[in-house]
Write a protein that binds this ligand. Structure first.
Ligand code: URA
Length: 419
């Protein structure tokens, strides 16, 4: 078997055998297959697709390309969560400490930014000192000690996905059901939880632009999960405009901290509560979804969720004085307000465009090895449905480069559709 034949088969829209898929995954993980060959195969998969059997084989090969975690010491009710990606999506940073404060053990490995969407690991790293890297033993001992740990994918958890994920980001091969389903489910299978809640985002700022596609992706992931003996629940959530107000790494962390202190933007609150209530139900902490939401709100309002977040940050080396006083987060060099040129109602703020703009400002990566700027991004001041009067502030641009600042100001005016 050789990689050229495998690439040619998929290029010609043929079905790949289990052996061919395993050969590729193993060879790429071990650096025997080059980036350019993997890129060619991934592009061929993107264009010509994969059937259910191929997707399952790809998922399992990636899941078993490294360690498979055993979380059984925490009982059978450990619930994992994953999102298919969004713009302004700081849900995990809020939701996970909240449910951890209710006695559900949380062992969460998060991704980095992908395409125009942000990644929780990048966001958490904007808290000075916070370590997102941990070996598996450390990760487990964090959960034993404080009930929650949020890290990035360890080197040896689904390493094949880690490489393919980073590669896809730089070859425009992100928005694809077989690739997304196998990427997410390989990590979820490897990370050990038996119960998984998946946030399947749908809309202009999601990889799935239509409900039908989101439904297809959801069904695909449930099928793979069931085959691997996991209980998987998908919640479809809207992602047309950015979630909440902040887009950009430290900007989103600040919004998440404020949320945990009780300042909850409506759209963000709905998503956090819906996903959390489902996680609590799967964890055996309450069958009634509406009651679960109220319990979560109680733990946010009485400070338990925020205190759990603080405990986790401190346990992973983060400077909690930044949580107590968010004005300590380093500001970008330039912060400018974009003002409305006319009076009317905000009809649309395309989340993908905002996500791309945040990446352009430095919040995301263009090349695999790029470092990100944690303090740049966009803070919306008006959201869809808001009335605006000429000269009202629509949004703030946070930038470290003057040319990018000017370009972003210009683009914001185009992105806000006001009628
Ligand atoms: N999240 C993932 O982990 N993988 C994808 O492919 C998309 C979103």
């Amino acid at each position: 078997m050789n990689i050229l034949d495998i690439i040619a088969n998929k290029r010609d829209a043929k079905e790949l055998s289990k052996e061919e898929i395993e050969y590729f995954v193993k060879g790429y993980t071990e650096d025997k297959i080059k980036d350019y060959q993997a890129a060619a195969l991934i592009m061929a998969i993107y264009i010509n697709g994969m059937n259910d059997r191929e997707i399952t084989d790809l998922t399992l090969a990636m899941a078993h390309s490294g360690d498979v975690l055993d979380l059984s010491r925490f009982g059978t009710d450990v619930v994992d969560k994953h999102s298919t990606g969004g713009v302004g999506d700081k849900v995990s940073i809020i939701l996970l400490p909240t449910i951890a404060s209710m006695g559900v053990p949380v062992a969460k490995m998060s991704g980095r930014g992908l395409g125009f969407t942000g990644g929780t690991a990048d966001k958490m790293e904007s808290i000075p000192g916070y370590r997102t890297n941990a070996e598996i033993e450390q990760f487990i001992s964090n959960v034993e000690k404080v009930g929650i740990s949020m890290i990035t994918q360890t080197m040896n958890l689904a390493p094949a996905d880690k490489k393919i994920y980073a590669l896809r980001d730089t070859i425009s091969c992100v928005e694809n059901i077989p690739l997304i389903a196998s990427s997410i489910m390989s990590k979820k299978i490897a990370s050990g939880a038996n119960k998984i809640v998946l946030d399947v985002t749908v809309g202009k700022g999601a990889f799935m632009k239509t409900r039908e596609d989101a439904q297809k992706l959801a069904e695909q992931m449930v099928r793979i999960g069931n085959l691997a003996g996991k209980e998987v629940r998908c919640v479809l959530t809207p992602m047309d405009q950015p979630l909440g107000y902040a887009v950009g790494n430290s900007l989103e962390v600040i919004e998440a901290i404020n949320f945990l202190k009780g300042d909850m933007p409506k759209d963000l609150k709905e998503v956090v509560l819906e996903l959390g209530a489902n996680m609590l139900q799967l964890a055996g902490k309450g069958n009634n979804i509406e009651e679960n939401k109220l319990k979560m709100l109680e733990n946010i309002e009485n400070g338990a969720a925020y205190n759990k977040f603080k405990e986790m940050v401190q346990n992973q080396g983060g400077d909690i004085s930044y949580l107590e006083d968010t004005t300590k987060f380093e500001k970008s060099k330039y912060i400018s307000a974009v003002v409305a040129e006319k009076t009317g109602k905000v009809k649309e703020i395309n989340a993908e465009e905002i996500g791309k703009l945040a990446c352009y400002l430095g919040a995301g990566r263009v090349n695999k090895e790029d470092t990100i700027e944690s303090n740049v991004g966009i803070i919306l001041n008006k959201k869809v449905g808001d009335e605006v009067v000429e000269n009202d502030f629509l949004a703030y641009v946070c930038a470290n480069d003057e040319i990018k600042l000017k370009e972003a100001e210009r683009r914001i005016l185009e992105i806000y559709k006001i009628y």
